[in-house]
Design a protein. Sequence first.
Length: 102
Amino acid sequence: DDGTDGDTGIITQTRNRTKRPPLYKVLILNDDYTPMEFVVHVLERFFGMTHSQAFELMLTVHKKGLAVVGVFSFEIAETKVGQVMDFARRHQHPLQCTMERE
Ligand code: TYC
């Protein structure tokens, strides 16, 4: 639809823009107490990484303080953050996982 009215020729639609849903980065934060192997396990379990991908990303977080582990729709990002925070709490580790709009 080009927005031009059939009878009058008056333009009734100024734009024809496709709006994509916003995306959210999920981040994992470093701390001094969570065991390295636990973080690797979290990355494998909730983010579908191979052991070597997970180990590499864990080391990045350990050295740099944080890293993006994935980019998702709001609903998926929220679910991942909840799963990680719940799993860490159940194992009594202080691991933090957050999300931010891209
Ligand atoms: N810094 C932790 C340690 O030395 C390991 C760690 C890595 C913790 C990544 C959290 O997101 C994290 N045991």
